[in-house]
Design a protein around this ligand. Sequence first.
Ligand SMILES: Nc1ncnc2c1ncn2[C@@H]1O[C@H](COP(=O)(O)OP(=O)(O)OP(=O)(O)O)[C@@H](O)[C@H]1O
Ligand SMILES: [Mg+2]
Length: 220
Amino acid sequence: MGARVIAVVNQKGGAGKTTVAMLLAGALGEAGHRVLVADADPQNTARHWAGQGVGFPAEVEDYSGEEGKLHKRLRKRLDEFDYVVIDSPPAASAPVTGSALRLAHLALVPIVPSPLDIWASARIREAIEAARMKNPELHARIVLNQLQPHTLMSREVIALLPEFGIPLLSASLRSRTVYRECAAGGTTVSALGSRARMAQMELDFLRRRVLALLRRLGNH
Ligand SMILES: Nc1ncnc2c1ncn2[C@@H]1O[C@H](COP(=O)(O)OP(=O)(O)OP(=O)(O)O)[C@@H](O)[C@H]1O
Ligand SMILES: [Mg+2]
């Protein structure tokens, strides 16, 4: 069977798309899966992350010039991998985002729990709904990112999420300096050793929830 495809998408810039895509891809690679990160963002931050020569455990390739043909190009590669993770630009209506959503089994939408971020994310829901016309199997989950769990703001924003119309993944990422260090050093969380143990546990849980969801959604 071909790779399962996860598109990490949001209209909002800086919501954590690249961070979620790369941390998840790194965790899947370290668990022994064959993983491709398709960097569909012209900023190429995923490529920069992995291109620091320290052996990132997933292939990261530039697909940012593919525009609406991304799904056709990637479809040809699905037999080579277990998982394809697409990192997309902050543009819900860009052809490359639509193309990613057309191929994906699961769209992950990172959202920082703040009202501004939720308002700015509304258009991605429309893009996901539009993609379902051609890809009825597409499922979507919000991933809370940069969570500061015990704050009133987090609680208030989380209470608003049911109105957003995309279900919440039962795993989230807290705001942690070690995640920035991973990007800066081109590594995964586990490469940071025991001082990143809480982050490793958090990410392991995220990986397991995503895999369990993909299994539930279909046939893997
Ligand atoms: N959970 C986190 N903890 C700490 N820092 C984070 C976390 N998630 C993201 N960041 C930081 O927030 C910034 C934005 O994250 P990132 O680049 O992943 O977002 P993005 O959605 O890919 O942005 P863009 O829309 O520009 O592609 C980066 O500096 C990143 O290191
Ligand atoms: Mg990015």
